[in-house]
Structures are given as C-alpha cells and as structure tokens.
Design a protein around this ligand. Structure first.
Ligand code: CO
Ligand code: CO
Length: 307
C-alpha cells in the first residue's frame, strides 16, 4: 500500500481486508550522554513512524552496533533497558534483535505495527483547506549541538529530552478518533523538509505561519548564537527551491524551522471543525498541540512560509 515513492514514514503491506502491516526501521548514534535516556529516545523515534501511519506498534527488534571492547557493559544494558521501557509503554513487545561490534555506537529498532487499511494515514493524504497542527516544539537538534559544544544548560537538555522521549501515541489516538488522513512525524529533514515532502506527496501547497511554530526557548537563544547543526543548514539549502517566503524573512527562524529533529512531533492535517476537539484531546493526554498553518490548492509541492 505504501512503498518508496512518496518518502513516507514507513512501508505498509495489506495482509487482509482488515489488517495492513506497517514496517519501519530507525537507528542512530547517541545524542545525549545518558545511555538509558538515549535508549528511550531511539525507541520513541522508531515507534513514531508507526504512529505517523495511524497505526499501533505490535513488535520491535533491537538493532545494536556496540563498541563492546571500549565501553563498560552497563552502558549497553542501560540503552537496551531504555528501549525496552518505551516498547512496553507503547504496548508492544520486544521480539528479539541483532547486534554487531562497531567502533561507533548506534542503537535503534525495527518496528512492526498494524492499521486498518481504510484508516491508514500517509503524507500523501492531506486535503486542501485543512489546518496543520504540530504536537511538539522544534529545537532538539540545536540543543543537541549546544550539548556537544558544552553550551546547553541542564534545564535545556532536560526539556529537550522530555520531548524526544515522549511517544507520539497521543497524536495517533487523536488522528484515529478524528479520521485524519494526512500526517507525518518531524525528524531528520526538519519541519520544512517534511512539510515539503507532504506538499509534494499530496499535490498541495502548505502555508506555514513562522511565528506560530512552537520552538524550545533555549533553542532560539542557541540558534541566535549560531549553534545550528550542519544537517539543518543542509535541510534549508535542500528546501530553498520549493520555499516561498512572504513578509520579512528572519534567517534564524528559518534555520529553526529547518532544524533536524530526533523523535519530533506529529504534523497532521485537520478539517477546520476538528481543530478545537483535536487540541482538547491532545491536552487531555498532556500534549500541547499548536496550529501552525494550512494546506491550500495553490502552489502544489511548495511550502510558503509567512513571517
Ligand atoms: Co518519520
Ligand atoms: Co523514520
């Protein structure tokens, strides 16, 4: 049902009239120092691609590339414990995994989920005239860069970690309840990169109100100091040709909108009448959703950022 064509979050294969399998894999190098938190973040990030398709995770497999000779065993044990805790929180089971010796530590999951074929959510499923809601603030990439440079406060890191370890399950529940058809989670290509993928896949234009996008306060401050990850600059350069800027563009804000996220929030398209119920349902689940723009028929495949 979903393959490589639309750069979607996961592959989807119809098994029966009522069940489609969702298949996804994600793993990466540590972005925080605490192994237990890193395990949680990597797992929440991998599980998110099942949620982004409107699905429910069933099983997960560990992917471990561990420098077994250079680090104490407790580090690996804590990473795996973090991953397992998130898998359990998602109501899924850890079914196994594979590990290789690797000088550069990496961890993640391959996750299998299920969805009813008629309730599948894709990045191609956006319709014109919908309102775009984002469920986590941006800025985790900037904070991770600041952390590496020794410039992030403990408070900023804690705030960023809280976002990255949070499952996107509440967003998936809201999408299922309201029959959402178009969504994606914000990860490595940043908000603008993933918005552009949605615009292209859905054959629509997206309008994003730059000032309405929630951004971690310390990320704003760090970005103003120039602490923007190389990946975010690459994202911005990649998106530039499909961006339409209106108003007085603020370069730092554009950097933040391109900031590569780890385990970022859900970007979903809602009928205008569903926005208030969706925000209320998210709030009940401890999630602060924000209206950040809308989908339009004009400029298909392009993202308009208004300042
Ligand atoms: Co994704
Ligand atoms: Co992914």
């Amino acid at each position: 049902m979903v393959g490589l064509n639309t750069a979607d979050d996961a592959g989807v294969y119809r098994l029966t009239e009522e069940i489609a399998l969702i298949l996804t894999v994600d793993f990466f190098t540590p972005i925080v120092n605490d192994p237990y938190l890193f395990g949680q973040i990597a797992a929440a990030n991998a599980l998110s691609d099942v949620y982004a398709m409107g699905g429910r995770p069933l099983t997960a497999l560990n992917i471990c590339c561990f420098p077994v000779k250079d680090m104490p065993r407790e580090v690996f044990r804590d990473i795996l414990r973090g991953g397992l805790d998130k898998v359990h929180q998602a109501g899924a089971v850890l079914a196994g995994g594979h590990s290789v010796e690797d000088p550069e530590l990496k961890y993640g999951l391959s996750v299998t989920g299920v969805v009813h074929p008629e309730r599948l959510v894709t990045n191609a499923g956006l319709q014109p005239g919908q309102v775009l809601v984002l469920t986590k603030p941006l800025g985790t990439g900037v904070i991770a860069t600041a952390l590496k440079a020794g410039l992030a406060s403990a408070e900023a890191v804690a705030e960023s970690v809280a976002m990255m370890t949070a499952l996107n399950a509440p967003a998936a529940e809201v999408m299922a309840a309201l029959g959402v058809t178009g969504a994606t989670d914000i990860t490595g290509f940043g908000l603008l990169g993933h918005a552009q993928e949605m615009a292209a896949a859905s054959g629509l234009g997206l309008v994003i109100e730059a000032r309405a996008v929630p951004i971690l306060q310390q990320a704003r401050e760090m970005a103003a100091m120039g602490l923007v990850p190389v990946g975010s600059h690459a994202n911005r350069a990649y998106c530039e040709k499909s961006l339409i800027l209106s108003g007085t563009a603020e370069p730092i804000l554009l950097d933040l909108l391109s900031d590569a996220q780890t385990s970022g929030g859900m970007l979903m398209g809602l009928a205008p009448a569903d926005v208030e119920p969706a925000l209320a349902m998210l709030r009940e689940r401890g999630v602060a959703g924000a209206v950040i723009g809308r989908s339009v028929a004009e400029h298909p495949g392009q993202v308009q950022v208004s300042f």
